[in-house]
Design a protein around this ligand. Structure first.
Ligand code: ZN
Length: 148
């Protein structure tokens, strides 16, 4: 499915809503049923709904996920629904691991004997210092500690 095919995306979304979120599907159907006759103009700002089909999304296109996620990515229905393999949950987990992994790699570049525990403590110290508005002092202290 191409990301810019609103008709197919709507069909797919409706099918998944019926299967996984029937209450939301019912509420949506009731709202659509109660739309006034001039809804394209009042709701979309276009005289004909077909004109809105060509409009791009207001920001980066994020597909709506309906299927629930499971923490195991090999057995995650939401990942199966996502066109680029990972659902939003697993994209977030992956980004978190990358951020943590990069901190560990940076720490090892500075001091190859550094332990994971030390890096995590330093990250936690830096986060606490940032919350107190003392990040610059903490960075100086941690940098000195690393160069000893
Ligand atoms: Zn997933």
């Amino acid at each position: 499915m191409t990301p810019h095919d609103p008709v197919r995306t709507a069909d797919d979304l409706w099918r998944r809503l019926l299967e996984h979120q029937p209450a939301i599907a019912a509420a949506l159907a009731m709202q659509v049923r109660d739309l006034p006759e001039d809804w394209p103009l009042r709701v979309l700002g276009y005289g004909r709904p077909e004109a809105a089909l060509a409009q791009p999304p207001s920001g980066p296109e994020h597909r709506v996920e309906v299927e629930p996620y499971r923490t195991d990515p090999e057995d995650c229905p939401a990942c199966g629904e996502a066109p680029d393999y990972f659902c939003r949950y697993h994209k977030g987990v992956s980004a978190g691991y990358q951020m943590l992994g990069q901190s560990l790699l940076d720490a090892v570049k500075l001091d190859r004997d550094v332990t994971v525990r030390t890096v995590l403590r330093r990250l936690s110290d830096a986060e606490d210092a940032a919350e107190r508005g003392e990040l610059a002092d903490a960075v100086d202290r941690l940098t000195e500690e690393t160069q000893r």
